[in-house]
Design a protein around this ligand. Structure first.
Ligand SMILES: [Fe+2]
Length: 376
């Protein structure tokens, strides 16, 4: 038996923010960052919340650590909310998830309902049961997974992403693409996750570069926002793989945006998982066939299945180029010699990453070292 979990209500499209009016009159604990708490979006949120009692915890930092979660929990307990509203990208959402989960574990008060308003199109965190918190002592990213971290309501209002800078649009968009591709070939892929991953990629193909080039293109913003959430549902019900395993491990040491790392890794991981394309036997591996099927679903054409896999890899590279993203770790600003010296440590951590376990092909730290060396 398999399970495909549907729990979060998706409110989407222009004016989706109006859903927040349901929280009028309640005690609402908002988790966000210092920038968003002063942005015009917050005034719109307050307008919708009407006469709700509001407490804003806006001390969220990029790549939230355990200390930030503990500080959030302290503020949460002092306020005693009936609802939690996360507003932001992955960092704010993951902080809110971790804070709410810890509060539930304390079991002191009734569970607060959970609303998420993403301001980027990429993490899929608004529909996933995962959060990532950094352990600053060990420089590792700690994965948390729990049904308690699934939102009751995700509000996908394109206006909330309109002001996202182009760089952030590119990074988060490439993250969404990597979610869709990894979910499609992931160990636990299924017909439901396949359908969402395919549609997500087709939408990204049409709308990601458009929303990067013109942030005010609200048609593109709306569809790319949908694409990111679809990819989130897909990976939450399938699995991720070594793009994420490696990206988490590199990102724990070097401050490079998660989606940017994924974009660097993706073509190399496709080649590895497909069985190293240059040496690929006449008979494709099952994973290579999956990549070829995804390429077809995306509308790519080629003379044979092997070339379809290559076409998918080339498609990623083309999107990456159009988004003006780096193709290597040094292009992303990481010092070459420092990176090379830390590859053994990065590979070791990545082997044990929870996403690595979902990769369609088993990996050793030696194989991950080869990929890590190839992206220099
Ligand atoms: Fe991701």
């Amino acid at each position: 038996m398999h399970r495909f979990q549907l729990r979060t209500t998706l409110c989407y499209g222009p004016d989706a923010l109006e859903e927040l009016s349901r929280l009028s009159g309640r005690r609402v604990f908002i988790v966000t960052d210092g920038f968003i708490s002063k942005a015009p979006l917050m005034s719109r949120v307050r307008d919708q919340l009407g006469d709700a009692a509001i407490e804003v915890f806006d001390d969220v930092q990029p790549d939230p650590d355990i200390d930030a979660v503990v500080a959030g929990l302290r503020a949460y307990n002092a306020f005693d909310p009936q609802a939690v509203l996360a507003i932001g990208g992955g960092s704010a959402i993951d902080t809110a998830k971790a804070v709410r989960k810890m509060a539930i574990e304390q079991a002191v008060r009734p569970e607060a309902s959970f609303f998420i308003l993403p301001t980027t199109s990429g993490t899929g965190s608004e529909v996933s049961s995962y959060a990532v918190v950094t352990d600053t002592k060990t420089h590792t990213k700690l994965p948390l997974e729990s049904p308690d971290m699934v939102a009751d309501v995700a509000i996908l209002d394109p206006e909330a992403v309109r002001t996202a800078p182009a760089r952030l649009t590119a990074d988060s968009g490439m993250d969404a693409i990597s979610h869709a591709i990894e979910a499609y070939v992931g160990k636990h892929h299924n017909d439901f996750s396949d359908a969402l991953a395919e549609k997500s990629l087709r939408l990204a193909n049409q709308y990601l570069v458009r929303s990067f080039c013109d942030g005010d293109d609200m048609v593109a913003r709306e569809h790319q926002h949908t694409a990111a959430t679809m990819a989130g549902i897909a990976f939450d019900n399938s699995s991720l793989g070594i793009v994420h395993g490696l990206s988490h491990s590199i990102g724990g040491i070097f401050r490079v945006a998660h989606g940017r790392l994924n974009g660097i890794l993706l073509p190399h991981v496709i080649a590895f998982n497909a069985g190293e394309l240059s040496f690929m036997p006449a008979e494709l591996t099952p994973t290579a066939r999956r990549y070829a099927a995804l390429a077809s679903a995306l509308g790519l054409t080629a003379s044979n299945q092997r070339n379809l896999v290559l076409a998918l890899s080339e498609w990623v590279k083309k999107i990456r180029q159009n988004l003006e993203m780096p193709a290597s770790i040094t292009q992303a600003g990481v010092d070459r010699s420092e990176y090379l010296s830390r590859i053994p440590e990065i590979a070791e951590t990545a082997v044990g990453d929870y996403c690595t376990a979902g990769n369609p092909v088993p990996v050793t730290s030696r194989e991950l070292t080869a990929i890590l060396t190839a992206i220099v």
